[in-house]
Ligand binder design. Structure first.
Ligand code: MD3
Ligand code: FE
Length: 218
């Protein structure tokens, strides 16, 4: 006789912590409860500051679409990468960081041992099917003692995590809906990237992956 087990899906899975490397802590499902609320804040932000494909200094259009919230936003164009207080599309200040996002980022940093993290920039990445982010370092922030906190939603991604040299061997890690990662200490300058997003559908985001990275500029 077949046995159909019933799972209670009303209670989301618990959070648990994985150490990826020294200073890199994955908090699985840490943003799961707040996912819908955070994604609706992302929609609200992008209604006023739309996602756009920025141009790298080398002249390539990024496959990832980006917008920002918070006092500072990360931008790139032919003249380089930088943080700007103004959205270059509208000429206006970015939308302020939604408190729910700020609070969760601060709490995640604190769980990983960073107790004075006060993010003032949030880069919002939207990956459509096939979009990717090549191996790079995040070094446009003036104080590298502050960690970066990332939150992933929607379609899963294969994340590549390497060392301090581009040629160092990389490990692959899946980042899925609700996962939060804190990148600090020895991992702060590690090379990392996202392999092309595979075709799929997620109930929370459709055919997209959304990633938020929280940074402290001032
Ligand atoms: C490791 N974003 O926006 S999040 C980026 O999924 C970026 O959209 C990817 O890399 C994304 O710069 C990866 C994970 C991440 C973010 C920042 C890091 C990993 C990091 C900074 C240092 C080391
Ligand atoms: Fe990065």
């Amino acid at each position: 006789m077949m046995n159909f087990e019933l799972f209670d899906q009303s209670e989301p899975p618990d959070t648990f912590c994985q150490i990826l490397a020294s200073g890199a802590v994955i908090l699985r499902h840490f943003a799961l409860h707040q996912a819908e609320q955070i994604l609706s804040e992302v929609s609200r932000v992008s209604e006023q500051m739309p996602f756009r494909h920025m141009i790298t200094p080398g002249g390539y259009e990024m496959s990832v679409a980006m917008t920002n919230c918070g006092r500072f936003g990360w931008v790139t164009d032919r003249s380089g990468y930088r943080y700007s207080e103004l959205d270059p599309l509208s000429g206006k200040a970015w939308i302020s960081m939604p408190p729910i996002c700020y609070q969760l980022a601060v709490e995640a940093a604190s769980q990983a041992g960073f107790n004075d993290f006060q993010p003032d920039a949030c880069l919002i990445n939207r990956y459509d099917i096939g979009a990717k982010m090549s191996l790079h370092q995040d070094k446009d922030e003036p104080d590298l003692n502050h960690p970066i906190v990332s939150m992933s939603f929607g379609l899963p991604a294969k994340f590549q995590f390497g060392g301090l040299s581009r040629s160092d061997k990389t490990q692959n890690v899946m980042l899925t809906h609700g996962d939060v990662v804190v990148w600090g200490g020895e991992s702060r300058l590690a090379y990392h990237g996202i392999l092309p997003i595979r075709k799929g559908y997620h109930p929370a985001t459709g055919e997209h992956r959304i990633n938020l990275t929280f940074r402290q500029i001032k």
